[in-house]
Ligand binder design. Sequence first.
Ligand SMILES: C[S@@+](CC[C@H](N)C(=O)[O-])C[C@H]1O[C@@H](n2cnc3c(N)ncnc32)[C@H](O)[C@@H]1O
Length: 334
Amino acid sequence: MSATIKLENKHFPVLLNELISIISPLYGGTFIDCTFGQAGYSKKILEKKYNKVIAIDRDKDVYLYAKELEKKYKKRFCFKNIKFSQINNIKIKSSDLKAIIFDLGYSINQIKDLNKGLSFKSTGKLNMKMGLNDFSCHEVISNMTENNLIKIFKFFGDEKYSKKIVRKIIEIRKRKIINTEDLTKIINSIKRFKNSKIDNSTKVFQALRIFVNKEISELINGLINAFYLLPIGGVIAVVTFHSLEDRIVKFFFRNYSEIKNPSRYVPNKDNNIRCFKLQNNKPITPNLKEQKINPPSRSAKLRFATKISNESNFEEFKQKFKYLIDIENLQFDK
Ligand SMILES: C[S@@+](CC[C@H](N)C(=O)[O-])C[C@H]1O[C@@H](n2cnc3c(N)ncnc32)[C@H](O)[C@@H]1O
């Protein structure tokens, strides 16, 4: 989940000022907001009159917010209901493009939407689809084999009790259709003595959301395709919310960035093409004031890099996270 929240109908996009200060030297061109949501970033970028925004979101419900901006900014704004992995299908004069931004995860409106069932606080049929999905969580819980479910919970949720939880799911689903409340009850029955700061269900629900929405493949393909679309001098900026996402973004930027102060004495061991320049090695995180107004923002991390070359070879990046993509591609074969 992202840390975007609505307080008293006021919307707080996470790390907004920090993101804007990164991209504002590039003002006077086109920006792609890959995770439009409730328009927090897009609105701010459009305040400057020579900027244009192409906004993307897989959730068609956000069209409500897009309509307002279409009306107000006319040709300076357009919205596309696509997944950001398909960013390469956007027709744009590449030289006009200044930055591509991602604010990963879900908005609080999506989390609160009981029909989407993204939260363990939801009720009813398991869903978890953000939009443009091939299947829902209900199909995963009803049809996935024991071994595959264990892999999903372990690798996408880092859930220590994966085996026990999955065995219980398999036992119960023989008798009834498991809904959201049943799933949280199953998890609580296994973890009933565990004393954790996070809810017992957090990790399993995170794992299932990642699997249903193919979030890892989306991120990896989104980053690579963003690179190809961007001209030299353009910026990719990404806000992540959990460690798995951050690991992927960190590797992508660092592995293909110019080395700062390379040593004359240590030979360069890899043959990677350096196609990014990193300004900050460390991620930018919300200050105490933002964390106080918006507590979930605590986990947010903003990383960004400038493209410095058209040459690239992302094979090592793809290989490094192939084991996660393979899990996302597991089929139902009950
Ligand atoms: C955290 S919210 C973005 C909030 C936004 N920055 C704002 O200020 O309102 C993330 C949004 O990205 C969308 N999203 C997540 N993954 C996506 C993907 N692979 N392709 C397109 N949109 C995606 C979600 O539907 C959600 O609306």
